[in-house]
Every structure is written in structure tokens, then in C-alpha cells.
Design a binder for this molecule. Structure first.
Ligand code: KG4
Length: 338
């Protein structure tokens, strides 16, 4: 079954064709990051306008690269939430028109479910159940994935997402947007014990997280040093910061996997590209006898293929959207469409 999939929730316009949820026939991505970099973050209206400009061309290119005709498309999948509302609307409306024109079903996909499904593309042997940590620019969630479309949120950030924390830290250090990769590069070889940063503990739920205190601690450290004219060890700062993020995430994910008796641990989302976090997960998983799955770098960030992968399983579960499908800035991971 071939699914034409659309992703436009933030600053990547992406169109893919995925076969049977596991094989990428094509994955076309246009990243707007350079356009937003001058502003130090995503400008929602610019993102929406850019999606409008690029989505038709990307779709034509996707069909051409997949080497298939329009008649071979069996369904259309679209990321309908959560995200920047104006941006999501572009993908949703285009997908609705595509499904109508092709005369095929329209399948709505929750963006975070898509990030999780990126792992199905990378690891053909991976099947639920497993424990998943989803870490992206807008979301940080610990999820018990019981089945392809049956998930339970065990914990989540109470404030900033992990990726947002990377982006803000990069900004205060004068690094370009998006800041995760530049911080990753800067941190390599840095002394991660030089600066000590807070790690949150949330009363009431050991799996909930918070990153706003860490973000404020970095900002205060940098501003205080500037006021006193002190030079900071930027490499050590980036390494100490990344260690604090990793120490907030890895032990929680391991504990949740053990509590839920899951043998497999899956990491998903843009922040899963971080080299330190990947290495810490490898080590912790090995020590705890867990099988670890992290997507290759190209499938960590937003892409259309992950929407096509999850779209397949949503389709099998009978999930369909009507012609009144709307876009949503926020949406529960378990919102029901069937
Ligand atoms: O999943 P994603 O592409 O978009 C959302 O769905 O939000 O994630 C983007 C986030 C950004 O905050 C970016 O800085 C972060 O992922 N990121 C990284 C790395 N590469 C991207 N964070 C840490 N280390 C990286 N290597």
C-alpha cells in the first residue's frame, strides 16, 4: 500500500511516499531553517507562507522521484497536530485537496506519533510494545507504546521542550538557529563537570520533566559573566549543559522502561540526533539489558516519511478524516478519529 504523506507543522515542508509503513519510496524535505535563522527562531507567518510556496513543487518532485503515477497512491496521510497553526493548516488543506483529487482516503497523523514511527522505517524488525522517549523542538514525552495506535503518556515536560532548551542556550551563546546541532558540535571534548546545572524533579510524577530552570540557569550564568567581564569556557558550558539535559532524560526513560517491563527502548525526535544523548542511551541501555532503537540522523528531525509510516498503521486501525479535518496547535496524543 502506497501512502502520499505531508508534514508542515513547523519549519520543514516535507512530502514522502511510503510503502506498507516501512519502505521509503521518496522523502522530499525543504528546510526553511536558513530563512528563520536571521530572526533567531521560527517566525510563524514566514513558515506558513514558505509552506504555501513549496508544497506543490515538492509533491510533484516526490511523485517523480518515487517513480509512481498518481493512480498508484492508495491513501494520503497528513500531520494535523500539534504545531504552528498557520503552518499545519497549509499541509492539512493541501492533503485534503490531494485526497479529493486522487479519490483516496485521508488519514490524520499526530506529529509525535510520526516521530515514533520514524523508527519503523529505520528498523524493520521493530514492533510494539516498547517504551519511547520523544524529544523534539516542541515536545518532550515519555510514552508507553502498547501497540501502533495505542499509547499511554507516562510523563512530559511541564514547561519547555528539550529542543527549545537547546535552541535558547544556543541563542544566548550567540550560536545560530536551530541551536541543537551547533551546541552538539561545540560541546565535543568539553569538560562536562566544569559548570553545574540543575536537574528537575517533579513532585507527584517521577516521569514529568522541566527544562525552564536549566534554561534560566544558563542565561544567568552567561549574563553574570558578561557583567563581570569574565570569560566563560564555552566548550565546557555546552558540554555541562548537554550533560544536564541528558541526565534529565536518560535515567527517566530507563526507569519507565523497567517499570513497564518493556524490553525495547525507542528514542525519537530532533534532539535524538544529539551525539552525547545517543551515547548516554547506548551505555544505559546496555547496562540495563534493554534493546535500544534510535533513528539515523536524517530521520530524527521532521520529515514526511515518518507521517507515511504512522499513516499506514492508522489506516490499518481504521482511522480516517472527513473533508472537515482541521489543524490543531495542540492535541492529545490519543485523540480519536475512528
Ligand atoms: O523534531 P524536530 O525536527 O522538530 C519538532 O518536531 O520540533 O526537532 C527540532 C529540534 C530543535 O530544537 C533542534 O535544535 C533540535 O531538534 N536538534 C538537536 C540536534 N539536532 C537538532 N538538539 C540537540 N542536538 C542535536 N544534534
Amino acid at each position: 500500500m502506497k501512502i502520499l504523506a505531508f508534514e508542515s507543522t513547523c519549519d520543514e515542508t516535507a512530502v514522502a511516499v511510503v510503502e506498507d509503513g516501512r519502505t521509503i519510496l521518496t522523502d522530499q524535505i525543504f528546510s526553511q531553517a536558513d530563512l528563520h535563522a536571521v530572526y533567531g527562531g521560527v517566525v510563524p507567518e514566514i513558515a506558513s507562507r514558505c509552506h504555501v510556496e513549496s508544497i506543490s513543487l515538492l509533491t510533484e518532485r516526490a511523485l517523480e522521484k518515487a517513480g509512481i503515477t498518481r493512480e498508484e497512491i492508495d491513501a494520503v496521510a497528513v500531520s494535523y497536530a500539534p504545531g504552528l497553526i498557520g503552518a499545519v493548516l497549509v499541509g492539512v488543506n493541501f492533503a485534503k485537496a490531494a485526497a479529493l483529487a486522487l479519490g483516496v482516503p485521508l488519514v490524520p497523523v499526530h506529529h509525535i506519533r510520526g516521530h515514533i514511527a520514524a523508527n519503523y522505517l529505520a528498523y524493520p524488525e521493530l514492533e510494539p510494545p516498547f517504551l519511547c522517549l520523544a524529544i523534539s523542538g516542541g515536545n518532550t514525552l515519555l510514552i508507553d507504546v502498547k501497540d501502533y495506535t495505542d499509547m499511554e503518556i507516562l510523563g512530559q515536560t511541564r514547561d519547555d521542550a528539550a529542543g527549545e532548551c537547546f535552541d535558547k542556550t544556543a541563542r544566548v551563546l550567540g550560536l545560530p538557529y536551530p541551536g541543537g546541532k551547533p551546541i552538539d558540535e561545540l560541546s565535543r571534548g568539553g569538560d562536562d563537570t566544569k559548570y553545574s546545572f540543575p536537574i528537575s524533579h517533579i513532585e507527584g510524577n517521577p516521569y514529568d520533566m522541566s527544562f525552564s530552570g536549566l534554561k534560566t540557569a544558563v542565561i544567568n550564568l552567561v549574563h553574570n559573566a558578561a557583567q563581570k567581564g569574565e570569560e566563560l569556557d564555552r566548550r565546557a558550558l555546552a558540554a555541562s549543559f548537554t550533560k544536564a539535559v541528558s541526565d534529565s532524560l536518560v535515567p527517566r526513560a530507563i526507569a519507565a522502561a523497567k517499570e513497564k517491563r518493556r524490553a525495547r527502548l525507542v528514542v525519537a525526535g530532533g534532539v535524538a540526533a544529539n551525539s552525547r544523548i545517543r551515547a548516554d542511551f547506548q551505555k544505559a541501555a546496555a547496562e540495563n539489558g534493554l534493546e535500544l532503537f534510535i533513528p539515523p540522523l536524517r530521520l530524527c528531525g521532521d520529515n514526511g516519511a515518518m507521517i507515511g509510516a504512522q499513516g499506514y498503521y492508522e489506516y490499518l486501525a481504521g482511522v480516517r478524516a472527513g473533508s472537515d479535518l482541521n489543524a490543531f496547535a495542540t492535541m492529545d496524543l490519543n485523540a480519536s478519529f475512528s
